[in-house]
Write a protein that binds this ligand. Structure first.
Ligand code: A3P
Length: 268
């Protein structure tokens, strides 16, 4: 894949606040063009690297949605560091990484899966028992974040979390604007805070993925659907998973964290 020197990457695992950060990044890279943001689906403004094939159904055009973008491009990916272009290591491109508590992310994945037809007929508790039975949990999750956490002081990497964004969105906006070298004035900051609020993103048709849900609505008529911008809480898993599931998950999480020599507080 050919990179351009001013490409910016948003890298996350699914359901970690990608869409939220993507909207902020796109606005910073486009001089806070709120009208432009509201005029076009986010997925078209800042495409998902791994979805190119599903747009063009042509292996030679897998990068089509990204190749067709004007610079500066904002590219979304859920790939792990080792699978991303090695050219990133030259440090010309910037990468923003957003982590999230794995349990909140898995609960969010469950509801996303229900809406898109993967988890029909399966309760959250059944789904999470399957997660707990898988060998990947939570290694995949912790290692994905930890690799970027270790690079957090590189000038081309900005590491943050869903939890940080919830705690201090203004602070994160200031830090990202400095990182991208895209200063904003007070008025732009206030508009960004409003545009990025949970309530606004939930009703904004360019960020709430209603278009994507509409694609499956026909097959899913009458079945359970959940909004993409759904709950937006930190530690929401505590009232959604069973206490014994949380306990089992936390033991596994602590084991993998210890192997990686990092704490959950550091990753979040
Ligand atoms: P929940 O399902 O826990 O509510 P991603 O974009 O990576 O798929 O992440 C989706 C998660 O981010 C969802 O989490 C969604 O509600 C949350 N989210 C999206 N926009 C948000 C916002 N402005 N404020 C808080 N949470 C937001």
């Amino acid at each position: 894949m050919k990179l351009r020197d001013d490409d910016v990457w948003i890298v996350t695992l699914p359901k970690c606040g990608t869409t939220w950060m993507q909207e902020l990044l796109w606005l910073l890279l486009n001089n806070c063009d709120f009208e432009g943001a509201l005029a076009k689906d986010q997925e078209l403004r800042t495409p998902f690297l791994e979805f190119g094939y599903s747009v063009f159904h042509d292996p030679n055009r897998s990068f089509g949605p990204i190749e067709d973008l004007k610079s500066p491009r904002l590219i979304k990916s859920h790939l792990s560091l080792a699978l991303l272009p090695s050219k990133l290591w030259e440090g010309k491109n910037k990468v923003i990484y957003v982590s999230r508590n794995p349990l909140d992310s898995y609960v969010s994945r469950y509801y996303h899966g229900v809406s898109f037809g993967f988890n029909y007929g399966k309760s959250l508790h059944q789904y999470f028992d399957e997660v707990l039975a898988s060998d990947d949990f939570p290694t995949e999750f912790i290692e994905h974040a930890h690799e970027f956490y270790q690079l957090r002081n590189e000038p081309w990497v900005f590491y943050t979390s869903f939890e940080m964004m919830k705690k201090d969105l203004r602070g994160v906006i200031n830090d990202v604007s400095r990182f991208l070298n895209k200063p904003i004035n007070d008025q732009q900051m206030e508009k960004l805070l409003k545009h990025l609020s949970f309530a606004e993103m939930k009703k904004n048709p360019t960020t709430n993925h209603l278009w994507e849900l509409a694609q499956v609505q026909h097959e899913n008529a009458g079945k359970e659907m959940h909004p993409f911008v759904r709950r937006g809480d930190v530690n929401g898993y505590k009232d959604e998973l069973k206490p014994e599931q949380i306990e089992k998950a936390n033991v596994r999480i602590q084991e993998v964290l210890a192997k990686n020599g990092v704490t959950l507080d550091e990753l979040l």
